[in-house]
Write a protein that binds this ligand. Structure first.
Ligand code: AMP
Length: 357
């Protein structure tokens, strides 16, 4: 790979959802092309990428051909199988690097990593069976949340436990897979920092946004977050610490709980993040371009915020709001081209923008 990818170079993206789509658009704006690898059909990213491979992560010849056709590989989701990554990495660099993926793929490893850096997280304990869950409940009390160690997203793979008698049912609900129990955090707000680190080691963080979830799915992000200045600085500094510890290259989403004792890290995502979509209309250089710049070896761009923004996800039937939103002068719509609407499916988002000053 060249140090700085020139015009016409190709970035491979594992995953063809909306994040891959918006990464592809950002790459195109910089004169770069993308090749998306996605097992499913009708991938939202396929419509805007230069090339798409539709094949499974077990298809070695497809993976090899994909890796040989690109200059660097990145990803839009963290659960890419290790065997696929091993094959790709033997042929082309992967950015962000494998260590960030390894850590974020497993909630236990992630929590151990974060506490090892001196950062605070919710109290947690490993749970492999009912006996361990009962012991963990004794230690952490209720309410608490049982979370599968792997493959959780948008609130999936999580069971809230309000009384010790619910333990057996909770194990059944997660099908007995390895898990962790987390003490319930009494937070006043959820925020996230979208942080970037370039190949040269430069770090740039976007202003923290305040997130509202329901049923485990992000509904809204507001910037600026209503945060005391001290905590805003803490949030940005801790994100930088995580990036440096991983020698990270790319954009990362760091989700935090605001509590009376300060900030707790909920989870890290080694990719562009839904809570960073506001940057598309609130900053000169948004999170997608920032990620592409980083993985392409370019200097990071200016991520300073020039507007207050409320980002609202358009989920399922929220698409009925599109005509009304399209008529608003403050609304920037971003739709993902998904033709099938399903409850809970992210169909697009809107940024409601109020320029500063
Ligand atoms: P996660 O998939 O871990 O990000 O969890 C999804 C959402 O569940 C979070 O954004 C919180 O709103 C809530 N949640 C997760 N873990 C905890 C916790 N330990 N205490 C309180 N709420 C939590």
């Amino acid at each position: 790979m060249h140090d700085i990818l020139p015009a016409g170079a190709t970035i491979g993206i594992l995953g063809g959802g909306q994040l891959g789509r918006m990464l592809s658009v950002a790459a195109a704006r910089l004169g770069l092309t993308t090749h998306v690898y996605e097992p499913g059909s009708n991938a939202p990213a396929g419509e805007v990428a230069h090339a798409i491979t539709t094949a499974s992560y077990e298809d070695e010849s497809a993976l090899r051909a994909f890796a040989q056709s690109v200059d660097v590989v990145t990803y839009e989701f963290e659960n890419v199988p290790t065997s696929a990554l091993d094959l790709i990495e033997s042929l082309v660099p992967i950015r962000p690097g494998r260590e960030a993926l390894r850590i974020s793929q497993d909630r236990m490893t992630e929590k151990d990593f974060l506490t090892g850096l001196g950062l605070h997280v919710a109290p947690y304990a490993p749970v492999n069976d009912l006996v361990e869950l009962e012991a963990a409940l004794e230690m952490l009390g209720t309410p608490s949340i049982l979370k599968t160690r792997r493959f959780g997203y948008d609130g999936k793979g999580q069971v809230r436990i309000t009384a010790a008698e619910e333990a057996a049912g909770a194990i059944v609900e997660i099908a007995g897979v390895p898990a962790i129990l987390e003490g319930f955090v009494d937070f006043s707000a959820e925020i996230s920092v979208i942080a970037a680190r370039g190949a040269d080691g430069a770090v740039a963080c976007y202003d923290p946004g305040e997130n509202i979830h329901s049923e485990g799915i992000l509904r809204q992000t507001c910037v600026p977050a209503a945060l005391p200045t001290g905590l805003r600085t803490d949030a940005v500094l801790l994100a930088g610490r995580i990036l440096n510890a991983l020698d990270y290259v790319g954009v990362m989403g760091v989700e935090l709980f605001v509590t009376s004792q300060g900030l707790l890290v909920n989870e890290i995502a080694p990719r562009v993040h839904n809570s960073g979509h506001w940057t598309q209309n609130g900053c000169v250089v948004d999170q997608f371009e920032q990620h592409i710049r980083a993985v392409a070896g370019w200097p990071l761009g200016n991520g300073k915020r020039h507007a207050d923004v409320v980002m609202e996800n358009l989920i399922g039937d929220d698409m009925e709001r599109v005509p009304e939103l399209a008529a608003r002068s403050d609304a920037a719509l971003h739709l993902y081209g998904k033709t099938e609407t399903r409850p809970g499916r992210k169909m697009g988002h809107v940024n409601l923008v109020k320029p500063l000053g």
